[in-house]
Design a protein around this ligand. Structure first.
Ligand SMILES: Nc1nc2c(ncn2[C@@H]2O[C@H](COP(=O)(O)OP(=O)(O)OP(=O)(O)O)[C@@H](O)[C@H]2O)c(=O)[nH]1
Ligand SMILES: [Mg+2]
Length: 453
């Protein structure tokens, strides 16, 4: 196996804390031999059947009983890492798990680095790089939707999609190169217009995948929703209603909220991070001005900006002027009229709610999710990309394909240039899958993993 260090690693695979069971995992060419030095069961692990739970004890160097355990041995390559693996389940005490890990280390195993098991799985060809990243994403998923995306990538959806595109480009490049070989013959294998159309179709596929990046980010980190508006319109009251908890101070004094206040809520399996902000108006107050600067930052970062106005107000707070929020495009904007218990909603508002009575709040929560995904149509079957790295590789591929398409459209038989661009695009896709990769890239990816994964 392509074990870079040729050594056997050990780590606790379960979180440090009390639980029913903790698992210590060894992986490497001597995993079973090392575990056997501390395992006492009906038979030594080396003679036990593979993938079979073996009951026994772990003992320390003096033969003292450390814990009763179940050990399962996996023979290479039929394991998570593709190497020989032993998983030892002990009682879920962090102390016991640590003792067993240390005993295995004293018997010849090395403490694993973060993500080293998954890294080995990648290096041994059990999974590709997009799938390795999906392991981390799966564990970090904060919502059901995020989980579904990560699950799909781990199952190889993205890899198949990108792999299919790469195959297609390899064929196109080969046909283009074929044209070069028969350059004297007047009729090209592929007419320039046909070639350009085929390359353009590949550009579209890259763009479709790139468009999913924002969606995945929203699913993973939560959708950022900003509540903004004039003072006293009820932004903080709305936040509290949405969060079903008293998160922000509410008072009839304008300028109550100074700092940004967050509340995390789950709607339809999506995690929304709603931020209440300092009311926007002209103020000489230093602290309030600082708060308003924060408001502008929150607006810049938001996926959706909810402008709160009020019903039956003094007129000044009931209207929203587009020039109040320069730089916020219409599709990122929702105007919500609060205090609908006091009167009709002012013209120009998209929704009417009452933070006081709760009217319209549930519907609003659902709308926040729908609107956030409006510009990024997402369905359960969409193949999504999740990491910055995947995005960069796809962008590289797209730029090369666009250049190739332009050359093809020009139709001046620049076959070698077109082929070179196609080959460069193929390299971009191979980078995404991790077929060409550097230690640096791997270090970056796996540093974000936890130890034992
Ligand atoms: N009648 C009625 N009053 C409301 C409603 N929502 C909020 N209020 C009242 O409006 C006043 C201001 O509410 P806040 O939530 O503090 O308003 P805000 O927009 O956060 O104000 P600042 O933080 O000062 O910008 C309070 O007295 C609330 O009780 C509503 O739906 N109906
Ligand atoms: Mg407030």
């Amino acid at each position: 196996m392509t074990d870079p260090a040729g050594d056997t690693i050990v780590a606790t695979a379960t979180p440090l804390g009390q639980g029913a069971v903790a698992v210590v995992r060894l992986s490497g060419p001597r995993a079973i031999a090392i575990a056997d030095r501390r395992f006492r069961g009906a038979t030594p692990l080396r003679d036990a059947p593979r993938r079979h739970a073996c009951y026994g004890r772990v003992v320390d160097a003096d033969g003292q009983h450390v814990d009763d355990v179940l050990a399962i041995c996996f023979a290479a390559p039929a394991s998570y890492t593709g190497e020989e693996v032993v998983e030892i389940s002990c009682h879920g005490s962090p102390l016991i798990a640590q003792q067993i890990t240390e005993l295995m280390s004293a018997s010849g195993a090395r403490f694993a680095e973060p993500g080293e098991y998954t890294r080995r799985a990648f290096l041994n060809g059990k999974i590709d790089l997009a799938q390795a990243e999906a392991v981390g994403e799966l564990i970090a998923s904060a919502s059901n939707m995020a989980l579904r995306g990560a699950r799909g990538r781990l199952d190889g959806e993205l890899s198949r999609h990108v792999g299919g595109l790469r195959e297609h480009l390899v064929e196109l490049a080969a046909l283009t190169e074929l044209d070069l070989d028969f350059a004297e013959e007047e009729v090209p294998v592929l007419a320039p217009a046909v070639l350009a159309a085929k390359i353009n179709a590949a550009v579209t596929r890259c763009e479709e995948m790139l468009a999913t990046f924002r969606v995945e980010r929203m699913l993973r980190d939560g959708v950022q929703v900003a509540l903004v508006g004039k003072p006293n319109v009820g932004k903080s009251s709305l936040l509290n209603r949405l969060a079903r908890a008293s998160r922000a101070l509410v008072s009839d004094v304008p300028g109550t909220t100074r700092d940004a206040v967050h509340a995390d809520i789950q709607v339809d399996g999506v995690h929304l991070r709603v931020t209440d902000t300092a009311g926007l108006h002209d103020s000489a107050d230093v602290v309030e001005t600082m708060g308003m600067q924060r408001t502008h930052q929150t607006i810049d970062d938001a996926d959706l900006v909810v402008v709160v106005v009020e019903c039956g107000g003094d007129g000044r707070t009931a209207t929203y002027e587009t020039n109040d929020l320069p730089g916020v495009s219409a599709e990122r904007l929702l105007v919500v009229a609060n205090k609908c218990d006091l009167g009709p909603a002012p013209p120009g508002s998209d929704r009417a709610v009452s933070a006081l009575s709760g009217e319209g709040i549930e519907a609003l929560a659902g709308d926040l999710v729908r609107l956030s995904f409006r510009t990024n149509p997402y369905s359960e079957t969409t193949t999504t990309i999740a990491s910055e790295r995947q995005k960069r590789s796809l962008e590289d591929a797209r730029i090369r394909l666009q250049a190739a398409a332009q050359l093809a459209r020009a139709g001046d038989h620049d076959g070698d240039l077109i082929a070179a661009e196609l080959r460069a695009a193929i390299t971009g896709l191979e980078e995404l899958l991790g077929e060409v990769t550097s230690d640096n890239v791997l270090n970056q990816i796996f540093a974000e993993f936890c130890i034992g994964k």
